[in-house]
Design a protein around this ligand. Sequence first.
Ligand code: F6P
Length: 322
Amino acid sequence: MRVRRIAVLTSGGDAPGMNAAVRAIIRAGLKNGFEMFVVYEGYKGLIEGRIEKVDRNFVSDIINRGGTILKSARSRDFKTKEARLIAIDQLKNFGIDTIIAIGGDGTYMGAKELTELGIKCVCIPGTIDNDIASSEYTIGFDTALNTICDVVDKLRDTTASHQRCTIIEVMGNTSGDLALFSGIAEGVEMILTPEHPFTEEEIINRIRLLGSGFKKHSLVIVSEKVFPNVISFAEKLSKETGIEARAEVLGRLQRGGSPSAFDRILATRLGVYAVDLLKDNIYNVVVGLKDNKLVYYTFEEAFSMPKKEYAQLYRLINIVNR
Ligand code: F6P
């Protein structure tokens, strides 16, 4: 049986560019003769049957909008088979057997579970964390990166004026990509990621050394979860070095805002590609970018890929940031 009715959902942490992906999917789907549906609030809404048939006007004027017009959620219930069976019934009520899910690793896991119950799925990487191994970039990463850079530019002014050390904690879940990329783009003095950790002692010694040089102030970018409490660490740093240190936790502002041109284009490419695959009767796959080309992988392939490595970027830190 070929796919005829497709439903789109966004799940997990929202990411700028998700709307652009939804738009591309709906428009490409309709152009190819599919009937297009949306599910509100991700897998939670799927269980609740919050499904609606849409036309091309539904996605007008959303390419530039942050967040997700479909809303998002992290559903604990969906982890149970009972809830997933209810979700399947909801889809059956609408005659839908195919889902395009936009989100991060939790979204991918949920989709994989659905495929095991007979639903055809294609997943699109949408998360600011960039922590999906099967795609060089995820939708939302570039925008979040630029947002971080805007904030760090501002923090630099006050950090330099007061000759302080400012530690900026960025998101990324367990991935250091946002910290690494923003740290290079901002030329900060230290970048602390889960992939390349430093001991507290090493950080303190480095900041002390910097404070004794010509340029007294310093910026440090750290991934969330590296420090149990970055504010306490800043206090400790102040005490140990005599240099005033402040911590700034950027938090969810990193997820907001209008998507960058890069994210809009990436989202549009991946959205249309997902529909192209379904048209060719290819499903139960995840899509991504490799060497700037669109690619797809089975869930098994995607889940077994190693974390992305950035040896060339880490090398830059040693050359230009120190
Ligand atoms: O996955 C995106 C993300 O923003 C992570 O960077 C962060 O760890 C998490 O979501 C926070 O999620 P929530 O807003 O649900 O607390």
